[in-house]
Design a protein around this ligand. Sequence first.
Ligand SMILES: [Cu+2]
Length: 284
Amino acid sequence: MLVLMRLIRKAAPALAFVAALAAGGIAFAGLGQPSPWQMNFQQSASPSMDDIIWFHNLLLWIIAAITAFVLVLLLICIVKFNSKANPTPSRTTHNTMIEVAWTVIPVIILVVIAIPSFRILFVQLNTPPSDLTIKATGNQWNWTYTYPDEKIEFTSIMLTEAERQRQNPVPPRLLGVDNPIVVPINKVVRVHTTGSDVIHAFAVPSFGVKIDSIPGRLNETWFKATREGIYYGQCSELCGKDHAFMPIEVRVVSEQAYAAWLTEAKKKWAMDISAPANAVAAKQ
Ligand SMILES: [Cu+2]
């Protein structure tokens, strides 16, 4: 008994560490970007990601309980029913009660998983009335962002190492871009995405957003950022040699800061709206 107590006391810091990790790994998960020794998702900055993290944790408990249960059954078999402990095995082949239980209980578990799963999927795929729309076009190997209502369009390219070092604060390696997306806080942003050449994917972990950008198709997703800050994502579909070098950067700012950015952006990146309309008219 004494030995056991001593062992527990020695293992206490390690157990506390594991418990801290199990409690969500908050200390190890960055907001808007990955962090060293990260054990869990990036922190959430949108209702969708809150749902995903909640569902993930629910599944973790269910999986842990099933695994522990199976382990206990195995140990009972090994200890109680080995050939030494139980030399004459039972000849039982049927037990109606157990057979009904092992069919019904898994079905109940699957229903418990399916109900929140479908609800979350529906929320993700059903865009609420949006405050602004951004179209993200994946190119080999950068992103073009269009704000159709504001008539602006610009291309976003990853910073080189030298450019990155000149920034203040220095953005994480391979994630900083020259022209980030800027969105206001607490507004529903509808994202339309497509590819101009091959399949890319628009993904920002802290918003719980990941959707393929397919040439000739317009996919839609949405997010509502609830915390100001800088959020990074990456193209998440293998799209060629520089697939790893077309990051996504989203800055969530106050409404005033967004309005100020928009004024500047309209000067720099006003779309030539007459050109595409004329081109279509000429073809018809
Ligand atoms: Cu890509």
